[in-house]
Design a protein around this ligand. Structure first.
Ligand code: GDP
Length: 474
């Protein structure tokens, strides 16, 4: 409904009332039947043509696996944390050492993602680009691939701004965390200090009676790294991760580049099904036959099942990280869809408003399908951030709960904007502005940033917006 309205440049309410007059009761985010689409568009003087691509895509979306076809799959893990707290060291240690049973030598190259086999035969897949920016950029593109987040915190330091960000990003995505208390080899390390600071943020680690797993490690010397990985497996077991390996593969692009000798190479992660050499795939706007597949050590592979990352050769270009891919039985069909996608994307990026704005909030609430308002809050001093956050949360009603998904002191950053895009959140700045890069990204992602210098003004505007009374900003 919302999409159709924006394509026709009318308000969703008009589309909804057009549906009502046809006897169809709908809400903003509802999908319309083909017949209804035709009739409603006609009311507004538009004619709809269905492309084979639309029909094919909707047919595929409905492909739901049967319970008996699902088999366990390895967890997919992202490492996040403050700069210099040891993310890279942790990933490097796991990549280079033999936590991997029966394999000689480590993985020498960064390829975007790698899969390790532990002594007990179980496997874990690591996304090899540390940081919450990469994690949330993927999510903003609709690809949530991480099952578990390892939050690295240096025990000789404090819980830092980016630690808080990483935690907010994991929580906003609903991804369980494991805390790695790093650098415990250092004489001045004080893990209890970190546990204390975490508990002040309502994150209680297991040793302190909470339910968040944590492990003291030294990424530099490898101390307790196996214990950390055990905890990842334990968490994975609780998540009961499963996928159907016996069908055509689908998954997500991790990274892609142009290699001088080999053409376009893409590292992709299979999420379900099994990818084979010779398969014809469509990845974002690119397509091609898989000419060769390599594992993280550069060794050729014939097939790759769920949770397995592979580097593939054969695409006609470099898709974007976060693009979804899937295998097509018919090459011609894949090509047609690739072309149509490109057209559609070009047209839609001009027309559709992607994200929530405060002006639109009242309308969405009035439509009744809006339950949660996500807010990201940045301010100049801790006191005002806390005060504003408290008062905003108190605006929650029975119908709409207000979630402050991230708050912090400092400028509005690109990472804040990405989180807003991924969580459809409103950005509020109190006595702070967005940096130049963040501003550009916000324009591109169509994220609205509201800045205030008086607390009650911010509260009033959010309140008015919730009541649908905000006059649009000019
Ligand atoms: P990142 O910015 O989070 O990726 O952090 P790095 O992995 O680059 O680590 C930052 C610095 O901390 C480097 O100089 C590492 O050698 C050092 N470091 C990382 N882990 C440990 C550790 O467990 N013990 C000690 N002593 N130093 C570490």
């Amino acid at each position: 409904v919302g999409e159709l309205a924006s394509l026709m440049n009318v308000s969703p309410t008009e589309v909804i009332s057009a549906c009502f007059s046809l006897g169809v009761m709908v809400t903003m985010n509802q999908r319309l039947e083909a017949d209804t689409l035709l009739l409603v568009a006609d009311e507004f003087g538009y004619k709809i043509e269905f492309s084979d691509a639309d029909l094919e895509e909707s047919a595929v979306e409905e492909d739901v696996d049967k319970e008996e076809d699902l088999l366990p799959r390895a967890p997919i893990v992202t490492v996040m944390g403050h700069v210099d707290h040891g993310k890279t060291s942790l990933l490097d240690y796991i990549r280079k050492t033999n936590v991997i049973a029966g394999e000689s030598g480590g993985i020498t190259q960064h390829v975007g993602a790698y899969n390790v086999k532990l002594e007990n035969g179980q496997r874990i897949t690591f996304l090899d680009t540390p940081g919450h920016e990469a994690f949330t950029a993927m999510r903003a593109r609709g690809a949530q691939i991480t099952d578990i987040a390892i939050i690295v915190i240096a025990a000789d330091d404090d819980v830092m701004p980016q630690t808080k960000e990483a935690i907010s990003h994991a929580q906003a995505a609903g991804v369980p965390m494991i805390i790695a208390l790093n650098k415990v080899d250092k004489p001045n390390s004080n893990p209890d200090n970190i546990r204390q600071q975490l508990s002040a943020m309502n994150i209680l680690v297991e040793e302190w009676g909470g339910n968040v797993q944590s492990q003291e490690v030294s990424a530099k010397f490898g101390n307790n790294m196996d214990a950390l990985l055990e905890k990842v497996l334990l968490q994975a077991e609780m998540l009961e991760l499963k996928a159907n390996p016996n069908k055509n593969a689908q998954g997500v692009v991790i990274e892609a580049s142009l290699d001088k000798g080999r053409g376009y190479i893409s590292t992709i992660l299979v999420q379900s099904g099994t990818l084979k050499v010779g398969d014809y795939i469509l990845a974002g706007k690119n397509h091609g036959k898989v000419k060769a597949m390599l594992d993280e050590r550069g060794k050729p592979m014939e097939s790759a099942g769920p949770s397995i990352p592979v580097t593939i050769l054969g695409l006609d270009g470099a898709p974007t990280a976060g693009d979804k891919f899937r295998v097509f039985a018919d090459e011609r069909e894949a090509k047609t869809i690739a072309t149509k996608r490109e057209q559609l994307q070009r047209e839609q990026s001009i027309r559709t408003k992607k994200h929530l704005t405060l002006d639109e909030l009242g309308r969405r609430i009035a439509l009744g399908d809006f339950k949660e308002l996500n807010i990201i809050l940045k301010g100049d001093v801790d006191g005002s951030v806390e005060a504003l956050s408290d008062q905003l949360q108190r605006l929650s009603t029975e119908e709409i709960s207000i979630n402050i998904i991230h708050k912090g002191v400092g400028q509005i950053t690109e990472s804040d904007v990405l989180l807003a895009a991924a969580s459809d959140a409103i950005m509020i700045g109190f006595n702070v502005r967005a940096g130049a890069n963040a501003k550009d990204l916000a324009d591109k992602e169509e994220i609205e940033i509201r800045t205030y210098s008086v607390i009650y003004k911010a509260i009033d505007e959010v309140k008015e917006a919730m009541e649908g009374m905000l006059s649009p900003e000019i």
